[in-house]
Design a binder for this molecule. Structure first.
Ligand code: ZN
Length: 502
C-alpha cells in the first residue's frame, strides 16, 4: 500500500495540472489576440479571458489549495521538486489571499483604467493625464506591501515577486558598481572621438529577406520549430504552453536590419530555455524559468554575448553578405563594429548593449525611492530627466520620450525592471564559467556550431526549471554570489577594443 503522503502528492499534482491547463488555454487566447485576431473579435475574446482567469484565480486561492499547502508544509524530507512546488504554490496563494478581496477587486479595475490613461498620456506626451492614476497605483502598492509584510526595505517585497531572494541591499551594491563603471567607460568612448558608422544597416531590407535570415539563425541556435513558431506582432514576445509549444514573435522594420534579427535572437534565447525544461516538471508549477532575471540572462546571452560577438559574425557575416547586396561594400570590421556602435539615447528598448543597463538602473533608483515614500509621483518627470542627463548625457524634450515611455508602471509592475540588468550580470557570470568548461567554445561558434553553448545552458540552467531560486542556481553553476565584476570586465574588454581605448 502506498504511503498516505504519496497518494496526497499525486492528488496535489493533479490539482496543479488543472491550473496549468487553464493557464495554457488563457495563454493561447492571449497569443491569438496579439498575433492574428480579427479586429471585431477583441472584446468578446476579452470576456473569455476574463472568465478563464477567474477560474484560475479560484483554483489558486481555494480552500483545497490551502489544505495541500498546509499538509505538505509539515512533511519533512521532501525532494527538491516537491519542496519548491509547495513553496511556489504558497507564495502565489499568499500574494492574493493576504489582500482584502474588495481592495484587490478595486485594484484590478484601477489597473485597466490606468493602462488606458497611460496610453493616452503617452500619445499626447502629457504626464498630467497619467499622474492621478499612477498616484493611486503607487498608493495601492504601498498599501499591499503592508499586508504582505517586509523586513528591511519595502521595495524588497516587490522585488521578490520577480527575483526571489534579491534585496535592495544587494542591488545597491551591484547596480552602483555597474552604473559607475558604465558611466566611466561611456566617458572614455566620448573622449576618444571615434565615430562608428552603421548607416548600411538602415538601407531597405524586405520583410521576406529579413524573415528568412531570422529563421536561418534561429535554426542554427537550436530553436525547435516542431515545438514552436515565429510570427509577427507589435511588440516582440515569447509565450509558451508547456515545453512542446514555445512561440516567439518579432516585428520587421524595413529600414533597420538589426531590429527584427536581434529581437528574434533575444526571444529565441527565452524560447530555448522553455523548450529545454524537462517533461517531469510539466504540471508542477515549476516548468518555468528560475526568475525573470535568469530568463533575461538567457535571452541577453544569445542576443548580445553571442549574437553581437566577433566569433558569431565570423560565420554569419559571409552568409549575410550573400543574401543582402546592401552589404556589398561593407567589410567585416565595419560590419562588426556597426553591430556594436554605442549611442546614448532616450529610449530603453532602442538602447545599445553598453548603455542599456543605465536605463534600467535609473528606473530602479526611482522605483525604490517612490515605493519608500522618499519621492512622490508629481516629481517623476523632473527626477527622470535629471538622471538621464547625469548618467547618459541626454535629456528628454517631452514626457513621451521620457518618463512615459514604458508601460510597466501603469499596471503596477514595480520591481520588474531590475530583472533586465540582472540578466546582464548573470549572463556574464555564466559566460565566465562556460569559457572554462568549453575551451574551444569560440572556435565552434566561428564554424557556426552553437550546439556546445546550447547544451551547456541546458545542462546547467534550463533543465532545472524553477526548482531553485536564482541565487541558489547561480551558486550551483558558478560557485559564486551575484557580482557585477564579470559583466564590467566583459564590457571593458569589448569596448576598449572596438573604440581603440587606452
Ligand atoms: Zn526578454
Amino acid at each position: 500500500m502506498k504511503l498516505e503522503s504519496e497518494k496526497k502528492l499525486e492528488e496535489f499534482k493533479e490539482y496543479m495540472r488543472k491550473l496549468e491547463y487553464l493557464n495554457s488555454a488563457i495563454g493561447v487566447i492571449y497569443w491569438d489576440m496579439r498575433v492574428g485576431i480579427p479586429k471585431k473579435a477583441t472584446a468578446q475574446r476579452g470576456e473569455v479571458i476574463g472568465y478563464l482567469s477567474g477560474e484560475a484565480y479560484r483554483l489558486q486561492t481555494s480552500d483545497e489549495m490551502k489544505e495541500y499547502i498546509d499538509y505538505f508544509s509539515t512533511i519533512e524530507g521532501l525532494d527538491d521538486v516537491t519542496k519548491s512546488m509547495v513553496l511556489n504554490a504558497k507564495k502565489d496563494y499568499d500574494q492574493t489571499k493576504k489582500i482584502p478581496e474588495h481592495r484587490y477587486k478595486e485594484y484590478v479595475i484601477l489597473k485597466s483604467n490606468s493602462e488606458v490613461a497611460w496610453e493616452e498620456a503617452k500619445e499626447k506626451s502629457d504626464f498630467n493625464i497619467f499622474k492621478p492614476y499612477l498616484e493611486k497605483v503607487v498608493d495601492f502598492s504601498r498599501e499591499f506591501i503592508e499586508y504582505w509584510g517586509y523586513e528591511n526595505n519595502k521595495y524588497d517585497t516587490l522585488l521578490d515577486f520577480y527575483e526571489p531572494g534579491i534585496t535592495v541591499e544587494k542591488l545597491d551594491v551591484v547596480f552602483g558598481e555597474l552604473r559607475d563603471a558604465i558611466v566611466e567607460l561611456l566617458g572614455k568612448i566620448k573622449e576618444s572621438g571615434v565615430c562608428i558608422k552603421d548607416d548600411f544597416f538602415k538601407k531597405d531590407f524586405s520583410k521576406e529577406s529579413q524573415e528568412e535570415f531570422s529563421l536561418y539563425v534561429l535554426n542554427k541556435m537550436g530553436y525547435d520549430f516542431d515545438a514552436g513558431r515565429l510570427d509577427e506582432s507589435v511588440h516582440p514576445f515569447t509565450i509558451n504552453f508547456g515545453n512542446k509549444d514555445v512561440r516567439i514573435t518579432t516585428k520587421y522594420i524595413p529600414n533597420e536590419f538589426r531590429s527584427a534579427l536581434f529581437s528574434c535572437i533575444h526571444e529565441g534565447g527565452h524560447a530555448l530555455y522553455e523548450q529545454d525544461i524537462p517533461d517531469e516538471l510539466q504540471g508542477t508549477g515549476l516548468a518555468a524559468g528560475a526568475s525573470m532575471g535568469i530568463h533575461e540572462s538567457q535571452s541577453r546571452f544569445y542576443e548580445n554575448i553571442i549574437g553581437r560577438s566577433k566569433a558569431f559574425w565570423t560565420y554569419f557575416y559571409p552568409e549575410a553578405k550573400n543574401r543582402f547586396p546592401q552589404f556589398k561594400d561593407v567589410d567585416f570590421d565595419e560590419f562588426y563594429k556597426g553591430m556594436n556602435a554605442v549611442e546614448p539615447s532616450l529610449i530603453r528598448t532602442e538602447a545599445d548593449e553598453l548603455t542599456y543597463s543605465l536605463h534600467v538602473i535609473i528606473r530602479y533608483e526611482i522605483e525604490k525611492a517612490l515605493i519608500n515614500g522618499e519621492i512622490e509621483v508629481k516629481d517623476l518627470p523632473q527626477i527622470w530627466n535629471k538622471k538621464y542627463k547625469e548618467y547618459l548625457g541626454v535629456e528628454p524634450q517631452n514626457d513621451a520620450e521620457g518618463v512615459l515611455q514604458d508601460m510597466h508602471w501603469s499596471d503596477g509592475s514595480f520591481g520588474y525592471f531590475p530583472s533586465y540588468a540582472l540578466g546582464n550580470l548573470y549572463g556574464a557570470q555564466f559566460l565566465h564559467k562556460m569559457e572554462q568548461d568549453i575551451p574551444n567554445m569560440y572556435d565552434d561558434i566561428k564554424q557556426g556550431n552553437l550546439d556546445g553553448v546550447h547544451q551547456w545552458l541546458k545542462d546547467n540552467i534550463h533543465k532545472y526549471g524553477a526548482v531553485y531560486k536564482p541565487a541558489e542556481l547561480l551558486k550551483m553553476v558558478t560557485k559564486e554570489e551575484l557580482s557585477a565584476k564579470y559583466f564590467i570586465d566583459y564590457l571593458n574588454k569589448k569596448y576598449y577594443e572596438i573604440y581603440n581605448l587606452k
